[in-house]
Design a protein around this ligand. Sequence first.
Ligand code: CMC
Length: 429
Amino acid sequence: MSNDTLTVTDNRTGQTYELPIRDGTINAIDLRKIKTSPNDFGLMSYDPSFLNTASCRSSITYIDGDKGILRYRGYPIEQLAEKSTFLEVAYLILYGELPNRQQLDQWVFDITHHTMVHENVRIFLDGFRYDAHPMGILISTVAALSTFYPEARNVFDTASVELQTRRLVAKMPTIAAYAYRHAMGLPYVYPDNDLSYTGNFLNMMFKMTELKYKPNPVLERALDVLFILHADHEQNCSTSTMRIVGSSLSDPYVSVAAAAAALYGPRHGGANEAVLRMLMEIGHVKNVPDFIASVKRQERRLMGFGHRVYKNFDPRGVIIKQIAHEVFAVTGRNPLLDIALELERIALDDEYFISRKLYPNVDFYSGIIYQALGLPTTMFTVMFAIPRTVGWLAQWREMLADPEQKIARPRQIYTGVMQRDYVPLEARG
Ligand code: CMC
């Protein structure tokens, strides 16, 4: 007889219930059997911020936060970062297997040939103020693509889903680069199909008067690895947003826009921008101890430290630190690196951070690399959104194919006034 059950005694009634345990979870809906009377709604679980709730089954990304493990479709992130390319990893994440030569060539061709955006996109980009935050531009422009591709709302049409997937992966760098060029007052640069995904992105960002832009191979590869590291991270805030918005069968453009909006905040993808601002504010290595002291007084957070899941180290942070050195060998050393290294050194040795299991996360070093590449801080979260689009789309596709998934609709514990009568304005105090 299997012991995979949980026996619960409800001390309010003395009744005992047996709940099945599957994959280390109980089904929350089984709790509803636990009632004090036939009219009772039944027991719910209360889990603000979803600290201990699995919302789906997923075969995309595996994380073991205690051991610092991150795998896409079973492949360790370290191997993918060393041996693969971003577009190959994108294929892996979306389709579950590494592509063969012919599949890879077709995939790269498809993405390369969907990079252009409709000319009207340029026109409404011009409507943004010169100092508009590129994340605001990216979010609104991706949402606007929904109006260009109305067939995208057929979310169960396989051919359409494939097309929209390719369009989104291909067009995100173009929109991102256009947002940057707009802010700089520079003319938009059309995609160059001879270049790689990241080489072309650098082209659309930085090409000036030269006839042909030649990306530096070290920087092109560094960016490719950064994109691999950011491609998916299971059920985080933005991915859950993608699934929740997508669960109402909204089209993938507005769903990606919603996910990108969730990414924007400083506790999520906005952290890399916040790290840079923090390093600039600290200004000098000699100011690091004072800064750490204010963090320990809980007046502020050490941005780029801590993670909801990783409690020993963030494996992406380890790879990024190596990349930083490769990039600085080309661009020259970013002086903020010394402040970052000193912050890391002190924090990793300090009881406050050790006891709370706070370690550098993916965002701690990515910002200084982006700055060394010549990107303004406002572009950092955009640099996260481009590769994460792959993860959002893979999770969205998995959600739509999952018969257990319905429209997402959490419950609440109502804490307001139960009922009262309307008071006319003149009778109110
Ligand atoms: N600096 C100082 N103290 C911190 C920090 C930090 N960065 N992060 C957590 N703590 C403290 C927090 O004050 C609390 O202390 P106490 O128990 O005394 O009240 C304890 O550590 C637990 O914090 P928490 O807020 O309950 O942890 P969480 O799992 O809810 O938060 C986090 C995770 C990533 C939001 C948080 O660590 C944070 O705000 N970090 C800084 C922002 C950041 O770097 N975000 C990027 C995350 S990685 C990329 C991504 O996925 O977007």
